[in-house]
Design a protein around this ligand. Structure first.
Ligand SMILES: Nc1nc2c(c(=O)[nH]1)N[C@@H](CN(C=O)c1ccc(C(=O)N[C@@H](CCC(=O)O)C(=O)O)cc1)CN2
Length: 302
């Protein structure tokens, strides 16, 4: 049976260390990292994530601002808010919660964020910095996955990593990070020929496709490390509960089957998900330190 990689515990410990660093920076440098989160509309899952971001930012001793805008907010008004946050010296990190309502061009909004305050790492400047190996802001979920992998495996050198999913938010930056860690990387997707056979060649298998239970147990090489990025809401197991509209969270990996074969696996919930917000705090701390030329303060997190 696989070792279960406890992302919830890892994220909690990381948030503690960030909180201690923030307290130290506030005393020694008068620097209080500030994060602004912008939510447009009432998507229920986004509301939960944004509330958690606000609470965890605050708990880490950071300055936390949440802007909740109506679903009918115009792109122009949203861009005006982003521009005002770019100019606000108390704000070191800006995050616009995704997905945005359909009438708003997400790329235009993400592209308006000052790349140095882009704690999501979604701006093309940061995607470019990652691709060429320059310091920048790295997307939270893939960086969280890399931290879990390094914590479990130590060196990733020479491992064959297969990333299933090619999104700009997870798949592509994940592949870049694994490449930087000296893995041999294959990016696959739902149209890859004989995807199960390819996945079976992976020492590290990252599933980020957004399809519940797509990666089956017989897609996993015995002993491989499986990182499940999927967060899918499906009907509850109990038919009565399901009929009453109750749901449960599952990943992109058929957990029980895969755990019987893998060497290690992240569960859903409690695996990659909690790392997303912990790394968001780390990116906010990073942006704040860089704004003052205090990069050396980040050494303990590298
Ligand atoms: N601007 C962004 N939007 C979105 C991102 C993002 O990184 N930046 N990621 C996702 C949602 N997300 C953060 O925003 C997120 C998803 C999941 C979790 C998490 O802790 N999941 C828990 C379960 C929580 C639950 O019960 O629902 C887990 O997996 O254990 C945190 C953050 C899309 N949008």
């Amino acid at each position: 049976m696989a070792h279960i990689i406890d992302g919830k515990a890892f994220a909690g410990a990381l948030r503690e260390r960030i909180g201690a660093k923030v307290a130290d920076l506030t005393i020694r440098h008068g620097l209080k990292p500030g994060l602004a989160v912008v939510l447009v509309g009432e998507d229920p899952a986004s509301q939960v994530y944004v509330r958690n971001k606000g609470e965890q930012t605050h708990a880490a001793g950071m300055h936390s601002v949440t802007h909740r805008l109506e679903a009918s907010t115009t792109q122009e008004d949203l861009l005006a808010l982003v521009h005002s946050l770019n100019a606000d010296p108390a704000i070191h990190g800006i995050l616009v919660q995704l997905p945005l309502p359909a009438h708003i061009d997400s790329n235009a909004v993400l592209g308006a964020i000052d790349p140095n305050k882009d704690v999501d790492g979604f701006h093309v400047v940061n995607a470019g910095r990652l691709a060429v190996g320059l310091p920048g802001m790295v997307p939270c979920t893939p960086l969280g996955c890399l931290m879990l992998l390094k914590d479990h495996l130590g060196s990733l050198k020479g491992k064959h990593a297969v990333v299933v999913g090619r999104s700009n938010i997870v798949g592509k930056p994940m592949a870049q990070l694994l490449l930087q860690a000296d893995c041999t990387v294959t990016i696959a997707h739902s149209r890859t020929a004989d995807l199960p056979a390819l996945c079976r060649t992976a020492d590290i298998l990252v599933a980020a496709v957004g399809r519940p239970g797509m990666v089956k147990g017989d897609w996993v090489k015995p002993g491989a490390v499986v990182i499940d990025v999927g967060i899918n809401r499906v009907p509850a197991r109990d038919p009565e509960a399901a009929a009453a509209g109750k749901t449960r969270l599952v990943g992109d990996v058929a957990y029980d089957e895969a755990a019987a074969v893998a060497g290690a696996i992240t569960p859903v919930p409690g695996g990659v998900g909690p790392m997303t917000i912990a790394v968001l705090l780390l990116n906010t701390l990073t942006a704040a330190c860089r704004s003052r030329g205090l990069e050396a303060e980040l050494a303990e997190f590298n």
